[in-house]
Design a protein around this ligand. Structure first.
Ligand SMILES: Nc1ncnc2c1ncn2[C@@H]1O[C@H](COP(=O)(O)OP(=O)(O)OP(=O)(O)O)[C@@H](O)[C@H]1O
Ligand SMILES: [Mg+2]
Length: 479
């Protein structure tokens, strides 16, 4: 049995939640706002706090920071509205035990409460985490379970100086995650420096990282500080570390162990204060087995790992990511961000995304060009995925053409009183129904897509007996 403090401005939620907690065998306490919550924490010493973020007056995050300052040992679970990643990362970064999305799933909430109570029993007297720099700067989109776990890890690790290895397939967001670690850390006011270990030839990489003295090698006409020195106080992101040449790996290891570097041709070690975040999309274990990666460096790097899941394993993130990227690309193109039809979303969900989030971003950029200001439909998505060019959107496969020709042949052979009218009406109905389908039934957009005026479209729909929901197949008989 534990004493659990619920802080939420919604009395309905407080009451039903309190009952739930009683049923679970605990004793609920309630507070209607942040100030009251802090007062109750001091007076009643609950074992756990569950707090809303959006409350009038002090926000849940401010209250969280004050609670953690007064009493770091009591776990706080934050309840946040769907879609608010920044808040989630910030909450964990400010020391929240975890966060849960509202409206929450009851078994999930009870599970979290049990975990938090367990953890706090084990870790009484735990140190509070330092508070992050000002506002969030890096927005990671997606609320899948897997990504929420990543946000929690980022939140916890941002406050530390631990060397972190970010792993994940190409395009999963490794660099973005590394930036998030930096932007939620106390190092935020200092540089974030990126070094790509593959893009730079081996001979240059060493001087790029560690710098050189004048005359250290032919062409070293000036003394130059390396990227690591340039990042003093900040974070160095070593991208594609699996490709780092062995001699440089040795120097990196020395940096990690001794926190100092030496310039090429230098006269002695220079102390540096940098945090290292490394990324790779390779199997470092295989590289180690092949002798291309130092074992000692591998063991040092893999202590703290963040693994970004491939997009195909978190397809529930696609709609949110799609809207996010359409917004970004539309803004860059100076156009209004169009919507996606449900069919377009289904087509996006159908794809396997070997290039992960980057591929999704690229495909949406292309669909914007295809859609010419209209809602993005299934056709646009399929065309963008197939890599077709928007200049030739009407290219049709030979099989499809043959099928249509066959239909016409049969229809003409069968004959009929108004043969021409019947066949052309049937095609007209197909074209209109498809345009309505891919625009999600929006008649204004469908008329634009078809190059008809809206009244003409409406008149033709009327004549053909179509509604926005009508589904037409070529074999259907029209009434
Ligand atoms: N969760 C996310 N939310 C928003 N944007 C994302 C997310 N993940 C990735 N992106 C975007 O997708 C693109 C690719 O991400 P990033 O460069 O971080 O991937 P990467 O894992 O480093 O890829 P590579 O291995 O190819 O270098 C970037 O434009 C990034 O901003
Ligand atoms: Mg990258």
């Amino acid at each position: 049995m534990a004493l659990i403090l619920i802080v939420d401005d919604d009395p309905g939620l407080r009451n039903s939640f309190a009952r739930l907690i009683e049923q679970d065998g605990h004793v609920p306490l309630t507070a209607a706002n942040g100030e009251e919550g802090i007062a109750r924490l001091e007076s009643d010493r609950p074992d756990l706090v569950v707090m809303d973020v959006r409350m009038p007056g002090m926000t849940g995050l401010e209250a969280l920071a004050r609670m953690k300052a007064k009493d770091p040992a009591t776990p706080v679970i934050i309840m946040t509205a769907y879609g608010n990643t920044d808040t989630a990362i910030e909450a964990v970064n400010k020391g929240a035990f975890d966060y849960i999305l509202k409206p929450f799933d009851i078994p999930e909430m009870l599970g979290l409460i049990a975990q938090a109570l367990d953890a706090s029993r084990q870790a009484k007297g735990h140190k509070a985490q330092p508070s992050p720099g000002e506002g969030p700067a890096v927005a990671l989109v997606g609320q899948s379970r897997a990504m929420r776990d990543v946000y929690k890890q980022l939140g916890r690790l941002a406050a530390t100086d631990a060397t972190v290895l970010v792993q994940g397939e190409s395009g999963t967001g490794k660099e973005l995650a590394a930036r998030a670690l930096w932007s939620y850390s106390d190092r935020k006011s200092r540089p974030f420096v990126v070094v790509n270990c593959v893009a730079i030839p081996e001979t240059l990489l060493e001087s790029e990282l560690f710098g050189h003295e004048k005359g250290a090698f032919t062409g070293a006409t000036q003394r130059r500080a390396g990227k690591i020195e340039q990042a003093q106080g900040g974070t160095v992101f070593l991208d594609e570390i699996g490709d780092m040449p062995l001699p440089i790996q040795a120097k990196l290891l020395r940096l990690l162990q001794e926190r100092q570097i030496e310039r090429l041709g230098g006269k002695g070690p220079i102390p540096v204060d940098v945090r290292i975040v490394a990324a790779t999309n390779r199997d470092l274990e295989a590289a180690m087995a092949d002798g291309r990666f130092r074992e000692d460096l591998y063991y040092r790097l893999q202590v703290v790992r963040i693994v970004l899941p491939p997009l195909r394993e978190r397809k529930e993130d696609i709609p949110q990511l799609a809207t996010h990227f359409l917004g970004l690309h539309a803004a860059a193109m100076n156009v209004q961000s169009p919507g996606l039809t449900p069919q377009a979303l289904a087509a996006l969900a159908d794809h396997d995304w070997p290039g992960n989030v980057r591929e999704l971003s690229n495909v949406l950029q292309k669909t914007l060009i295809f859609s010419r200001g209209l809602a993005i439909g299934e056709y646009d998505v399929r065309a963008a995925l197939a890599g077709r060019s928007p200049e030739a959107p009407h290219e049709i496969g030979a099989e499809a053409v043959q099928a249509v020709e066959e239909y016409v042949r049969q229809a003409v052979a069968a004959g009929g009183p108004d043969l021409f009218g019947q066949v052309t009406d049937r095609f007209a109905a197909l074209v209109l129904a498809e345009a309505l389908r891919i625009t999600g039934g929006n008649r204004t957009q469908a008329s634009k897509l078809l190059g008809l005026s809206r009244p003409t479209l409406l008149a033709k729909m009327e004549k053909l007996g179509l509604t926005v929901q009508t589904q037409v197949k070529i074999g259907d008989t029209l009434s």
